[in-house]
Design a binder for this molecule. Structure first.
Ligand SMILES: C[S@@+](CC[C@H](N)C(=O)[O-])C[C@H]1O[C@@H](n2cnc3c(N)ncnc32)[C@H](O)[C@@H]1O
Length: 270
């Protein structure tokens, strides 16, 4: 165990590449206030155990759970500490993740530093996000793999490919799900459950929390309904605003919707 003060110096001591990548300075901003708390922290990807040792020193009162597809020898890697737990299995194996969540319950911090393959990054997010506590953080490292086809990324279609970066970019729409003025809006399982998504160089942070404040601009995915009720109750002139918002603007919205659908079909964007 080290008695070093900050995360960067502990990471340097254990030689984890989280320091070289510049991640520890960013982590410190999020983790400084949590350091003495009793948390459950899950890291996907152990390798030599350098990051588990770093977390174990930094979060002295927490339990650090590491999972890896390969067998990890605790003694050989000096990981036989009371606050470190290690399990073998794949991050995208539903049964294995179920075993982990049955054993430990929810986590406060989840860090994905595993395979960095698109399919694994996205699948483990779907499997593990429900087991993150409110105000908890889900972090994905090495997002540069999203721009590399060897990891299932796509360097040629940055905007519309199904890469893991685009998965998280699209997740940002879930922050504003209530303001999406689409009368046929289909609810998404992440609506109301995310309060912040932050992107850094090769790093993404998603904060879980209750995000259910009603919008001042849109109700039930309808801009027109909001404007109609607001203006007609303010002026008492409901007929005029019925024509304007319930007839004219509704027709405009539907024409816009049809136009957008045709454009998507022609450009194969589903
Ligand atoms: C980048 S290393 C982890 C480094 C470690 N977190 C550190 O910072 O010191 C990636 C690890 O992920 C593991 N891995 C690869 N595919 C995996 C999967 N599908 N599920 C879980 N772990 C996986 C590899 O065996 C490897 O040990």
């Amino acid at each position: 165990m080290t008695s070093m003060k900050n995360l960067t110096s502990i990471a340097e001591y254990y030689k984890t590449d989280k320091h070289e990548h510049g991640y520890t300075k960013i982590y410190e901003k999020y983790f400084d206030s949590l350091r003495d708390k009793k948390l459950q922290i899950l890291e996907i990807g152990i390798a030599d155990g350098k990051s588990l040792l770093t977390w174990s020193d930094y979060f002295k009162n927490s339990t650090i759970i590491g999972i890896d597809i390969h067998k990890i020898n605790l003694i050989e890697k000096n990981l036989d500490r009371t606050n470190i737990k290690v399990h073998q299995g794949s991050q995208s194996d539903e049964n294995f993740i179920k075993e982990i969540t049955n054993k430990y319950g929810n986590f406060d911090i989840i860090i994905d530093d595993g395979s960095h393959l698109r399919k694994d990054v996205i699948k483990s997010f779907h499997l593990l996000f429900p087991h993150l506590n409110n105000d908890g953080l889900y972090v994905v490292e090495d997002m540069q793999t999203s721009y590399n086809h060897f990891f299932g990324g796509n360097p040629f279609d940055l905007k519309y490919s199904n890469s893991h970066m685009n998965f998280f970019k699209h997740l940002t729409d879930r922050l504003n799900y209530q303001e999406i003025a689409n009368p046929f809006y289909v609810a998404n399982k992440y609506d109301a459950k995310i309060t912040n998504i932050s992107f850094y160089h090769n790093l993404v942070f998603v904060r879980k929390g209750v995000n259910d404040k009603l919008s001042k601009e849109v109700i039930n995915h309808s801009y027109e309904d909001m404007k109609f009720s607001e203006k007609s109750s303010r002026t008492g002139n409901s007929f005029k605003y019925y024509l304007k918002y319930k007839i004219f603007y509704k027709i405009y919205t539907l024409v816009f919707l049809v136009f957008t659908m045709i454009k998507r079909i022609l450009l194969f964007r589903f």
